[in-house]
Design a protein around this ligand. Structure first.
Ligand SMILES: C[S@@+](CC[C@H](N)C(=O)[O-])C[C@H]1O[C@@H](n2cnc3c(N)ncnc32)[C@H](O)[C@@H]1O
Ligand code: SF4
Length: 459
């Protein structure tokens, strides 16, 4: 893929990532613990009926300098034990409000680093979910891991605990780059790790996570990392654009001293990776995923039914209402988002008092529900058909266009820059435009104000 560097300069402004709509910085204290309980009960009758669960394990053995996640250093086993006890109480509390006839289609452990704690503890949590709920036959039980500390016995325990999708945070194969960001390579060579998963469960799937835009990386080095990544033959590859938000994550300032690549260099890295992965048969999906042709995400994209939640891309079938547990975890219900406190001590104290540890959230108005649909569809499927969406939402095309402030004139510049095609039926994002899709979504977001230092830049 080719892209003009003037285009990058022109569109490289802070824009939301749109992992949710409205983005998480719009959450307020309007939702309390009591409100959340009511929302959970009400959600039993909302569509989609399926339940998805997210469990946040915030601990890491050490902190990577680029990290933008809600993570903290592991202080000792007592802290982990206390956290786990609180987590179980929270799950039981929420389970009490849920209709058990609803099926679970997704259980996702993220972090932090879930594998920073003993596998037996993770197994206790999966066992609790199994006791409380019924899982669909093809439920996805996923875990994000740092492979620097993974070994065979640990992997065996994860597979026996039911995990069937493994994300390994590789970030880069270049050890000089890893050193600069305070990280170690995979303990088991990555191709062997992928084979190991398949040998333990031939239906289990593997994702490999990478980041481009780190100090020490170049388009050539990233391209060679992508060649190695493809040789390992994972089911999915993710190439995250490094999100630099030092006003939120102070440790990222260290990377400024080590020399961060500029937007032009960063774009070349993405394009180099894109060319390598697509040449060997991976299909680009969403902003940053590459999957095999037979992957359900690619099938969903072909049918224009790709969807996403905070955990990543999914299909409408694999996700549903998402109930989230643990510090900083965000529940994503049809009509509201609710986020837990980010502080471990506050979290365990609140749970100890029998309260759900809600910190903030957002009720979605009917208008926002419709805007969310437009933005999510655009971000996932790279096109919009006004009539299809309006019909599904039970509204008129003109009402929908007005809600998102659609005016063809607003897009003429983007059209001229070959980022999209506008027709009477809708919008179609070009291959070039898919790199700037956050900017296109922002143009359809009435709540978007260009606030420097609120969002990372689009490149
Ligand atoms: C919770 S971490 C994954 C699990 C594990 N802690 C690890 O690091 O391997 C999720 C992924 O987010 C990505 N990530 C973290 N910070 C990022 C940032 N500032 N910009 C872009 N991607 C980031 C990394 O690729 C990481 O693998
Ligand atoms: S990238 Fe992963 S291991 Fe590194 S600090 Fe963040 S959550 Fe922890």
């Amino acid at each position: 893929m080719n892209i003009d560097l003037n285009i990058i300069e022109k569109y490289n402004v802070p824009v939301p990532r749109y992992t949710s709509y409205p983005p998480a910085n719009h959450f307020t204290d309007e939702i309390t613990s009591g409100d959340f309980l009511e929302l959970i009960s009400a959600s039993n009758s909302w569509e989609p009926q399926h339940m998805a669960f997210y469990v946040h394990i915030p601990f890491c053995k050490k902190i990577c300098f680029y990290c933008g996640c809600n993570a903290c250093r592991l202080n000792g086993t007592q802290e982990v034990r206390d956290y786990l006890e609180a987590l179980k109480k929270e799950i039981i509390h929420v389970a009490g409000q849920l209709d058990r006839s609803r099926k679970v289609t997704q259980l996702h452990f993220g972090g932090g680093t879930p594998n920073a704690i003993p596998a037996e503890m993770l197994a206790e949590i999966t066992a609790l979910f199994n006791r409380e709920f019924t899982f669909s036959d093809d439920a996805e039980i996923a875990i994000e891991t740092n492979p620097a500390t993974l070994d065979l016995p640990y992997m065996e325990k994860l597979v026996s605990a039911g995990f069937n999708r493994f994300s390994f945070g590789i970030q880069d194969f270049n050890e000089e780059v890893l050193k600069m960001v305070n990280r170690e390579p995979s303990a088991i060579p990555v191709p062997e790790l992928v084979k190991l998963v398949k040998s333990l469960n031939d239906r289990a799937a593997v994702n490999l996570d990478f980041i481009y835009g780190l100090p020490g990386q170049s388009p050539e080095s990233f391209s060679s990392s992508m060649e190695k990544a493809a040789e390992a033959d994972p089911d999915r590859l993710v190439t995250f654009s490094y999100a630099h938000v030092p006003w939120l994550k102070k440790h990222q300032q260290i990377l400024e001293k080590r020399g961060l690549p500029g937007p032009e260099e960063k774009t070349r890295m993405f394009l180099a990776g894109y060319d390598v992965l697509t040449a060997v048969g991976y299909e680009p999906v969403g902003l940053d995923h590459f999957v095999k042709r037979e992957d359900e995400l690619f099938r969903a994209l072909e049918q224009k039914k790709l969807h996403r939640n905070f955990q990543g891309y999914c299909t409408r079938e694999t996700t549903g209402q998402v109930y989230a547990f643990g510090v900083s975890a965000i529940s994503q219900l049809e009509k509201a988002y609710v986020q837990n406190t980010k502080e471990i001590e506050k979290y365990t104290t609140e749970i100890g008092h029998g309260r759900l540890p809600v910190e903030k959230g957002k009720y979605l108005s009917d208008d926002q529900l419709m805007i969310r649909e437009v933005i999510t569809r655009l971000m996932c499927n790279k096109q919009l058909e006004w009539k299809t969406i309006a019909d599904e939402l039970g509204t008129g095309e003109e009402t929908l266009k007005q809600l998102v402030g659609f005016d063809p004139g607003k897009f003429s510049e983007m059209e001229k820059d070959n980022l999209l095609e506008v027709s009477c039926e809708g919008l179609h994002v070009t291959e070039r435009g898919s790199m700037m899709i956050r900017n296109i979504a922002a143009a359809l977001d009435p709540a978007y104000k260009q606030q420097v230092n609120k969002y990372s830049k689009s490149v």
